[in-house]
Design a protein around this ligand. Structure first.
Ligand code: 5GP
Ligand code: ZN
Length: 113
């Protein structure tokens, strides 16, 4: 989707601090971090939000989680722990409609909500 900022980042058209990439997944630093580690993990495939995944995406979503764990380890968070968050649609607080997971860490996380 050409007007999607995260598709443009995945395609290299818009710069980002990329920390992970493979044939299906890209990880890059959030432009407005809310924690010492704040990385966004996205599929290269344009999926608007979590409700749009299909059974065909099951392996992709698994790979996205494997990538998140690898990036967390690379960032020194394997033992300390971290938070992996998806904001889904309006009441979930989603702003960018290209599926992404926030990897947050480097400080104590508090309650959700
Ligand atoms: P959402 O609220 O949709 O779950 O989160 C979107 C996230 O994308 C926000 O944390 C925001 O700071 C980040 N973001 C939005 N535009 C850009 C951008 O152009 N580059 C990067 N690196 N992050 C972005
Ligand atoms: Zn997109």
């Amino acid at each position: 989707m050409s007007d999607c900022i995260f598709c443009k980042i995945a395609g290299g058209e818009v710069p980002a601090e990329i920390v992970y990439q493979d044939d299906q997944i890209v990880g890059f630093k959030d432009i407005r971090p809310v924690a010492p580690v704040h990385i966004l993990l996205i599929p290269r495939k344009h999926i608007p939000d979590l409700t749009a995944i299909t059974p065909e995406d099951a392996e992709l979503i698994g790979r996205l989680h494997l990538a998140a764990v690898k990036v967390a380890a690379d960032q020194g968070l394997a033992e300390r722990g971290f938070r992996l968050v998806n904001n889904c649609k309006a009441e979930g607080g989603q702003v960018v409609y290209h599926l992404h997971f926030h990897l947050l860490g480097g400080r104590q996380m508090r309650t959700l909500g």
